[in-house]
Design a protein around this ligand. Structure first.
Ligand SMILES: *Cc1c(COP(=O)(O)O)cnc(C)c1O
Length: 370
């Protein structure tokens, strides 16, 4: 049995979030906790109004715009409150007082949460729901019921809990698209200029908890209300360049290091997507070749490259699997508390070798238990 030692736990962290980060980033952080090179101060004690931090924010904005290939009419914000705050900020800005409903796709656990928050602010129309089918697939374009006068369409690109991912961009180009990309942001290239807003907290794929990246097209905000609390007002945040109040300096710095790693070590989003695809297809292949010892939870065409969700025959066998995996040095493989089962999250920072070790472990476990 390919026993993974405890020493390798960090490399074999399959957690759904906070997720694994690249080792070279962790090494740089270790140093910066004591003193950031060129500054001499600990990252935990650098003032957010310093020249150094202004440069950090400017470089991060630029790195994200370049990685996404966005034109100049987008702004990049680094906010607090997690993705959950965006569930409310979006409809507070674009839906309050509207008579036309916003369109929402109901594709899993996280879009359920998004929709509940939007309903507090204004009228919502669910354009498609996968609830009756237990969230095991995503809609085809022709199944989505659309009002072309809708203020926007919101969807979740990767349903982290169920392991469902859109491999295309749904919606219509004449209705602004808003997307929660929290669990697959910067994992693959897309036509990002088809979105009016993208938001993603850092703690799944691009950093630690504490910061949420918001990319917004200027035009979307032209009729935004002026009476929102400043903290919840995208325009006020843009004017303040994300430093309206004390921002999470450390978390923002980590995201900067991750974008540098993506650019310099990985070589951009296309190269990242290749790697992510290699990891996911190896694991799905192993699941499919297991004669239903391991059973994928969702239909093949909508499988996520980020979160591979599967079951074993019984709850008892799943418990044994998780216990043996933990003992072998794999962590974070338990499914989300809402649905149980097994979830292997293969975020950007997780290496192919970790997936290969997991596959070895799964094959051995199967041999011992079939
Ligand atoms: C984890 C997750 C969230 C929740 O984000 P918070 O930052 O904890 O508010 C929202 N959306 C998606 C897709 C997620 O995976």
């Amino acid at each position: 049995m390919n026993k993974v030692t405890k020493h390798d736990l960090n490399k074999h962290n399959f957690s759904g979030g906070p997720g694994v980060l690249p080792e070279t980033v962790l090494e740089q952080l270790k140093e910066s906790i004591v003193a950031v090179p060129d500054v001499g101060l600990s990252i935990l004690g650098i003032n957010h109004r310093s020249d150094w931090f202004a440069v950090v924010v400017a470089e991060l904005e630029e790195n994200i715009q370049n990685l996404l290939g966005l034109p100049k009419d987008y702004h990049c914000l680094f906010l607090q409150g997690g993705a959950t705050q965006q569930f409310s900020m979006v409809p507070m800005t674009l839906l309050k007082g509207k008579t036309q409903s916003a369109e929402y796709l109901q594709t899993g656990y996280w879009s359920n949460k998004v929709i509940a928050e939007a309903r507090r602010e204004g009228p919502v129309h669910v354009s498609w729901s996968g609830q009756a089918a237990g969230f095991t697939r995503l809609p085809k374009d022709e199944e989505i019921e659309f009002n072309p006068g809708a203020p926007y369409l919101h969807y979740v690109s990767n349903e982290t809990v169920e392991g469902l991912q859109f491999h295309r961009i749904p919606g219509r180009d004449d209705v602004p698209r808003i997307c929660d990309m929290s669990s697959d942001f910067l994992s693959a290239p897309r036509a990002f200029d088809k979105f009016s807003m993208i938001y993603a907290h850092a703690q799944k794929n691009i950093g630690p908890a504490g910061v949420t990246v918001v990319v917004v097209k200027d035009e979307l905000l032209k009729d935004a209300p002026r009476d929102l609390p400043a903290f919840l007002d995208y325009r006020a945040q843009i004017d303040a360049r994300s430093i309206l109040n004390t921002p999470p300096v450390f978390s923002i710095y980590v995201v900067l290091l991750v974008t540098r790693w993506l650019r310099d070590s990985i070589g951009g989003l296309a190269a990242m997507a290749d790697l992510n695809m290699k990891k996911a297809s190896a694991l799905y292949r192993a699941i499919d070749a297991s004669d239903d010892f391991y059973c994928g939870r969702v239909v093949k065409e909508d499988r996520s490259t980020m979160n591979v969700v599967f079951n074993l025959k019984t709850k008892d066998l799943e418990h044994q699997f998780l216990a043996s995996a933990q003992e072998a040095g794999f962590s974070g493989l338990n499914g989300h508390r809402s649905i149980g089962g097994i979830r292997a999250s293969l975020y950007n920072g997780l290496q192919l070798s970790a997936v290969e070790n997991l596959i070895d472990f799964m094959e051995n476990f199967k041999k011992c238990h079939s």
